[in-house]
Design a protein around this ligand. Structure first.
Ligand code: FES
Length: 244
């Protein structure tokens, strides 16, 4: 009996008494053929599934292009009120890719968040940070009002009432240095989000708080642009008749 068991467990098909076995053969033809069929099936399935998976997941990992756009000259903006600017947030899709930014000059007396080359002009997104409705700047009250659920933001875009979970998002702004053809123009760059202290975070969706544990509960997406680069600044429009 033990000898039979030993014979059964031999790696040679001939020792195991398999019909049609060849001397020295270790894999049955049936097992070989089923392995080949499974392998071919796997390759065929992968050839369908992998491109679809890549198509679906590719955009998630692709960083957004950081496009700058000129929104006016430096004289167009003042500290005491906002100018409404139509901006392009998605290129190539026409009107659907447009949005609104409220822009003013930075006022050191009230804009106490850290100052650098990216916020000489304060550019606020008009997207409410509750559920994303468009907010409207009301000059008389110096407030941003959301018509959907009564969200209110103060002059700096901080939440002053209602359900929004964080201040209005902002856009990087920039004026090129003297000598650059764009000097004297205000450029608007990518959007970023802020917490209640107006510290910068990569863009988040409405409804995602950034204070305390919120910044970890709602991490940035892989596809969001984090820092602006200056290698794709568009040139200002030429003034007819001046050659510049
Ligand atoms: S979407 Fe603005 S308050 Fe709800």
């Amino acid at each position: 009996m033990p000898a039979d068991r030993h014979k059964q467990s031999s790696k040679y098909t001939a020792d195991r008494g398999m019909p049609g076995a060849f001397a020295g053969e270790t894999v049955t033809r049936r097992r070989f053929m089923s392995g080949v069929a499974q392998g071919a099936g796997g390759i065929a399935a992968a050839s369908f599934a992998l491109p679809a998976l890549g198509f679906a997941l590719g955009p998630v990992f692709k960083r957004q292009q950081l496009d700058w756009q000129i929104i006016g000259t430096t004289n167009d903006f003042v500290e005491t009120s906002y100018v409404t600017k139509v901006i392009t947030i998605v290129q190539g899709i026409g009107e659907a890719g447009k949005s609104i930014a409220y822009v003013r000059k930075r006022d050191p007396a009230i804009d106490t968040e850290p100052h650098d080359q990216w916020n000489n002009w304060i550019a606020l997104s008009n997207r409410c940070m509750h559920l994303g409705c468009p907010v409207r700047y009301v000059e008389a009250a110096q407030r941003f009002i959301c018509p959907c659920h009564g969200g209110i933001y103060n002059f700096r875009g901080e939440v002053a009432g209602g359900p929004p979970v964080r201040p209005l998002d902002r856009f990087y702004t920039y004026e090129p240095p003297e000598g650059h053809p764009g000097h004297g123009y205000v450029y608007l760059g990518p959007r970023y989000s802020v917490n209640s202290e107006l510290q910068r975070f990569s863009p988040r969706d409405p409804g995602e708080p950034l204070d305390g544990i919120g910044q970890y509960l709602y991490p940035s997406r892989f596809d969001t642009a984090v820092r602006p680069t200056l290698n794709n600044l568009p040139l200002p429009p030429t003034v007819p008749g001046t050659g510049s």
